[in-house]
Design a protein around this ligand. Structure first.
Ligand code: URA
Length: 212
């Protein structure tokens, strides 16, 4: 399907101000932001997590992947998506000709919720400015939201992932593709096909941005 016929999704923010060059410019670099997450006590998760998992990857990435929150492997290593879901994410990226070195990967929450429980609203509220600022600093050409939680948080929506996927949303002007979380794919292999279509769409948007 030609890109201009893909259904238009939700539009969050305006391209010009609030996010890029806007007032949330407290952290000048990704490293400064990562350092701040390591001593962050804005919610209770720092008490139970072993360490912060700020995000990792190419600071010049055109593509940013956003997941939910660190799990136990990530909590141990301080790096996002390093467990089984992360290995699948590496393969998914490989399928669209990207390596982990090409992209930047982060999560909505920077500390692991105990027992991998769902993030709580106050934790999301406390942690969101870090994600917003990361995206502002990275200025990606495309964002891929991995799973219900990242998609619903970024898009400020309660729609299920099945409804949010397959569209080109706009996050402060940046095309945002929502797709299934790799951990969900491990449980539901039938979602591999739609995920493949979603990442192909992200790839085409990336190619279009690069050739513009
Ligand atoms: N699941 C996520 O959402 N993020 C990670 O970093 C690992 C697993």
């Amino acid at each position: 399907m030609p890109l201009d016929q893909v259904p238009v999704g939700l539009v969050i923010g305006s391209p010009a101000h609030e996010l890029f060059g806007g007032p949330e410019s407290q952290f000048a670099t990704l490293d400064a932001l990562a350092e701040a997450t390591r001593s962050c006590q804005l919610c209770g998760l720092h008490r139970t997590a072993k360490q912060a998992v700020p995000g990792h990857g190419n600071p010049h990435a055109d593509l940013v992947c956003v997941g939910e929150a660190p799990g136990s492997n990530e909590d141990e290593q301080g790096l996002p998506f390093v467990g089984p879901a992360g290995q699948l994410l590496t393969k998914i990226l490989g399928a669209i000709d990207l390596s982990r070195e090409d992209v930047f990967i982060c999560n909505v929450l920077k500390h692991r919720p105990p027992g991998n429980r769902n993030p709580l609203p106050d934790e999301v509220a406390a942690c969101s400015p870090y994600l917003v600022r990361q995206i502002a600093l990275l200025k990606p050409a495309v964002i891929v939201a991995l799973g219900t939680f990242a998609a619903q948080t970024l898009l400020q929506s309660k729609e299920p992932i099945g409804k949010l996927r397959g569209k080109i949303h706009r996050y402060y002007g940046v095309p945002l593709i929502a797709t299934y979380h790799p951990a969900a794919l491990l449980r539901n292999p039938s979602w591999k096909r739609p995920t493949w279509e979603d990442v192909q769409l992200a790839r085409r948007l990336l190619d279009r941005a690069r050739s513009a």
